[in-house]
Write a protein that binds this ligand. Sequence first.
Ligand code: SF4
Ligand code: SF4
Length: 389
Amino acid sequence: MGTAVHPELILSLKKFGVEDAKTCFNCGNCTAVCSLSTESAPFPRKVIRYLQIGAREKLMQSPEPWLCYYCGDCSDTCPRQANPGEVMMGLRRYLTSLYDWTGISRLFYTSKLFEVMAILFVAALVGLGFFIYHGPMLTDRVALNVFAPNTVIEILDIVMLAVLSFFLLSNAYRMFKGIIGDPDQYPELSQSGKQQFQNRIFRGIPLPLYLREAKEFFLHFTTQKQFNACGTASQRKQWLIHLLIMTGYSSIFLLVVVGIRWFQRDEIYPLWHPIRLVGYYATFAILYGTTYAIIGRLKKSKPVYEHSHSSDWAFLILLWLTTFTGILIHFTRLLALPLSTYYIYVIHLMIAVPMLVIEVPFAKWTHQLYRPLIQYLIRVRERALNSTL
Ligand code: SF4
Ligand code: SF4
């Protein structure tokens, strides 16, 4: 089966942050020094070659960009300054846009104007919603659940969760089809093996195989352990930062989206109440992680922070501001300042909602799902292949 080539691909990827790939002359140094590259999934040279020849479909079937954790070793040793580490980062943005069937991700990554307007548009909708529908603003005490009843917020949360999950999971399904679906990706298979594998895919790999390997997904999702796989001190720190941001984000997501009726209460919980402690942990984890990443990007302190795409800034700034305004609400409630609490609450949601609506299904947050999903699919794929060889 032939592969369609798209010669314009390398140029069109500039907007995704892929700048230097054309200077690569395929020496393979980068693959040799990468401690995460394996015989069955060698990178980054192979995918850079796909990029150079414009093999878009091959890229869509390649898990390798998601296996790179941007330590920068390959960029340091590249004799052509092709910056393979950054090429892999740009490819992750590009693949995110390929998986996304709505086209929003592509617009978000390639147009700063769209990026800013999309954030402002969703923020304005939230502000307008509050302007029209907010409840009474009691001033004798802080009554957040009169101003914005948690039962109403809970319904809106569930609707938002359903919509975001639909987009994110349908995009993830396209990734799944790309990674698992084409038997031509597997040179080790005989012709009959390919046919057998294809039949299995179309009839479905047996469900028990997916279920048996699901632990692989949860392990990588909860620990993000591959960030630490390079084994250097710098990468260990990077792993910790990612773990803090991911666990903080997931904790607050659960509190706000699933547990809002317990989280948003007008009475102040005692200091050692579990909900309050989880809220404090999430606040600390996100604030520390995002501040570290923002300072790192400003100082360009390590390879992963040297080249910042506008979407990297959007994610970090929205997340930092969401956390900061959350802290302000906490203090205005403790200080019994009703009007300040209501106004900051609206500002908080005008930042948090665009961050969730855009980042979760279409931009940076997708990595939290795609990376463990790839590890899981590779494992399922290996098991399926072993049973057909
Ligand atoms: S990116 Fe650099 S090190 Fe890697 S194959 Fe190309 S020229 Fe060689
Ligand atoms: S940045 Fe590090 S993990 Fe990524 S391809 Fe280069 S050497 Fe490998």
